[in-house]
Design a protein around this ligand. Structure first.
Ligand SMILES: [Zn+2]
Length: 244
């Protein structure tokens, strides 16, 4: 299904703002389900690729046609979004034979201007619900070998001291978790949330990632044994460590 907001449309149709949730994780201001315009989608997916270090400041982005195809939106929307990002100083356009659209060297500095802790908290709360739901949904049915890739990421996080690599692995873990438990469509859904969070929050500090990594390890252990309650508890403990 293709619509203006992305490949997996129905969840991000514009709708009324949700009110504070009865179970205490919602935010009155939250619009996690609100529409992400095509332009916002381009921004958040580029931000996600930078967090994942698929592209880095100074790198050339794929052509607009390629991005349009990948994101399931029109090329004209992508062109307009890239133009806007150039005006904001996030991207640079260079003409000529070696030209194209490049990630600005000052990406981090410019993106820091869009940080918004309040909006981030509402998206984060929604991400927590997604993961709790996925864990409950998948508990007891996840073949052990499907967790191997996630275990390898946890080991990599324990081994590295590089802040950018830690932030990359942290994000990758949550994307892969969404895919293992929910399939490729849910990975896209998580990518929408995490990409938007990349624009709203600075990359996590290395100490924070290391602390969360204990929760990752626990989650995988409990998922492996089919202990739903304990696995959900590990997801919640991870969330708490984000905000301490
Ligand atoms: Zn994590």
């Amino acid at each position: 299904m293709v619509n203006a907001a992305g490949k997996f449309g129905p969840y991000n149709q514009p709708g009324p703002a949700p009110t504070t949730s009865a179970i205490g994780v919602g935010q009155a201001r939250a619009l996690p389900l609100g529409g992400q315009s095509g332009s916002d989608l381009v921004r958040s997916r580029i931000a996600l690729r930078i967090r994942l270090r698929v592209v880095r400041p100074g790198d050339r982005l794929p052509d607009a046609g390629v991005l349009a195809e990948e994101l399931g939106i029109s090329e004209i929307t992508v062109r307009r979004a890239l133009e806007g990002m150039c005006q904001d100083g996030l991207l640079d356009r260079r003409r000529g034979r070696a030209g194209g659209t490049f990630v600005a060297q000052g990406w981090d500095t410019v993106v820091a201007l869009t940080h918004d802790a309040e909006e981030a908290a509402s998206l984060d709360a929604f991400h927590l619900l997604l993961e709790c739901g996925l864990v409950a949904h998948g508990a007891g049915e996840v073949p052990a070998e499907r967790l191997d890739g996630l275990r390898a990421l946890v080991e990599d996080m324990d081994r590295t001291d590089d802040p950018a690599h830690l932030a990359e692995l942290e994000t990758r873990f949550h994307l892969d978790l969404a895919e293992v438990l929910g399939g490729p469509g849910i990975r896209e859904f998580a990518a929408d949330l995490l990409g938007r969070l990349c624009l709203l929050l600075p990359a996590p500090r290395p100490e924070a990632v290391r602390e969360r990594n204990g929760c990752h390890a626990e989650l995988l252990t409990e998922l492996g044994r089919g202990a739903t309650d304990r696995a959900v508890r590990a997801v919640k403990a991870h969330q708490r460590s984000r905000h301490d």
